[in-house]
Design a protein around this ligand. Structure first.
Ligand code: GLU
Length: 460
């Protein structure tokens, strides 16, 4: 017995050295790409126990292959603004892995977009998509275009120009983009229109998140936010807890936040705060979701205007202060690295019981460590926000079958998928000696399926 333990210990040291070497290589090859490096580091560290148990993954250099995108496309996006001035943005698509299905992942339009952001998102998407149990690979794209303050016609011209180039790289069996920050049904509509015109064919399955009238799926809009709450409810249930009667803080007020707030309220929680990139609102009576929907989905206004309708609420400039509001459950649904160590410590000292990531990588590594140290239930993004892309895969299935499911059907499937992701992640955490650590569990459960597919398909 002692002997066996010793061998395993040695093996663990060897794997740790290997993983560190790999990480150094990632740093050298992708200098200054901090977000990409951060996403890879977390995954590499959590895969150590799998590599110890299954040395074939090391022998077959699965990780070396997985951390190098199959393809990174960068292109010029010229367009003409309303004043007749020519503008030039940069577009991206990373096709990271198609081991288990066509590349799949959203498009982000935001001034912060660069190769590092797109690669971190694409890398995360591989494992997230695998976790959904659907046949979808990992990809991501976008542009440094800032939709804020642009007219509808400017948005249309930009989307058309973006798609003129992207169209040569995508297809229902090749790569299927969707939305992300700055890209909703309106942008998908303009891009789909341009794709259709260029191809001369109605290929519904080339994009997801489409309007319901031309191939979109009922329930896709709500899926990421609802899915996050379904996942967190499952995690809470394991400890005899629930959303019911809890106080919740949700950052952001975009598509993910709005539907996370809606489901949390439906589950009996009181959501007391939400935010946008300028500041946050705190409403002791509970956030009025109709007002948020009107401001953000219809009028395109700042969240600061919330207090005009609800004078008892408080608006504060700046985003980080939202984490100082005492709550039982925190759902970061805005953007990457919005919860740092300080914010995590604040949440912990105010007695937070659970954190569920609706955004992609919203917690820094130090923040995650802080939650773990204090035994806060932690639902990592890859697992908790996978509901959006899962329903995108259901949209693809409906497009292939040329039929449309009811909202009830889609929602029931979404609930089943989120439960399954929770169970898979929990089981992997137990199997690999980190019981309850869903970061480790989700990374492992997502990875194994992709790794086995890669080995079966040979070195390509
Ligand atoms: N952008 C979403 C995500 O981060 C959805 C992607 C999709 O539906 O393809 O998963």
């Amino acid at each position: 017995m002692k002997m066996l333990e010793k061998v395993e210990e040695n093996q663990t040291e060897i794997v740790k050295e290997y993983v560190n070497r790999l990480y150094k290589k990632v740093q050298q090859r992708n200098p200054n790409e901090m977000e990409f490096q951060q996403a890879v580091k977390e995954v590499l560290d959590s895969l150590v126990p799998v590599l110890v148990k299954k040395p074939i993954y090391m022998k077959q250099a699965v990780l070396e292959r997985l951390i190098e995108p199959e393809r990174l496309i960068s292109f010029r996006v010229p367009w003409v603004d309303d004043k007749g001035k020519v503008q030039v943005n940069r577009g991206y698509r990373v096709q990271f892995s198609n081991a288990i299905g066509p590349y799949k992942g959203g498009l982000r339009f935001h001034p912060s977009v660069n190769a590092s952001i797109i690669k971190f998102l694409g890398f995360e998407q591989i494992l997230k998509n695998s976790l959904t149990g659907q046949p979808i690979g990992g990809g991501k794209g976008g542009s440094d275009f800032d939709p804020k303050g642009k007219s509808d016609l400017e948005i249309m011209r930009f989307c058309q120009s973006f798609m003129t180039e992207l169209s040569r790289h995508i297809g229902a069996d090749i790569d299927v983009p969707a939305g992300d920050i700055g890209v909703g049904a309106r942008e998908i509509g303009y891009m789909f229109g341009q794709y259709k015109k260029l191809r001369g064919a109605f290929e519904a399955g080339v994009l997801t998140g489409k309007g319901i009238g031309y191939g979109g799926s009922l329930g896709r809009k709500e899926a990421t936010g609802y899915g996050t709450v379904y996942f967190v409810e499952e995690m809470l249930k394991s400890q005899g807890l629930s959303f019911k009667g809890s106080t919740v803080v949700v950052s952001g007020s975009g598509n993910v936040s709005i539907y996370a707030i809606e489901k949390a309220i439906q589950f009996g929680a009181k959501v007391v705060a939400c935010s946008d990139s300028c500041g946050y609102v705190f409403d002791v009576n509970g956030i009025n979701l109709e007002t948020v929907k009107r401001l953000k989905e219809v009028e395109n206004k700042r969240i600061s205007e919330y207090v005009n309708d609800h004078p008892e609420a408080i608006y504060q400039e700046g985003c980080s202060g939202i984490w100082a509001i005492p709550c039982d459950i925190a759902l970061p649904c805005a953007t990457q690295n919005e919860v740092n160590k300080e914010a995590a410590e604040m949440l912990v000292s105010n007695g937070v019981k659970a954190v569920g990531e609706g955004a992609n990588m919203p917690s820094t590594q130090e923040a995650v460590d802080t939650f773990m140290e204090h035994h806060v239930l932690f639902a990592p993004a890859k697992a908790a926000n996978a509901g959006g892309v899962a329903v995108s895969a259901l949209e693809m299935a409906q497009n292939s079958a040329r039929l449309a499911w009811t909202l009830e059907e889609v929602d029931a499937k979404l609930q089943g998928i989120m439960k399954e992701i929770y169970n898979k992640s929990l089981k992997a955490s137990v199997d690999y000696d980190a019981p309850g650590n869903l970061v480790v569990g989700a990374n492992i459960a997502g990875f194994v399926k992709v790794a086995d597919a890669m080995i079966e398909q040979g070195v390509i």
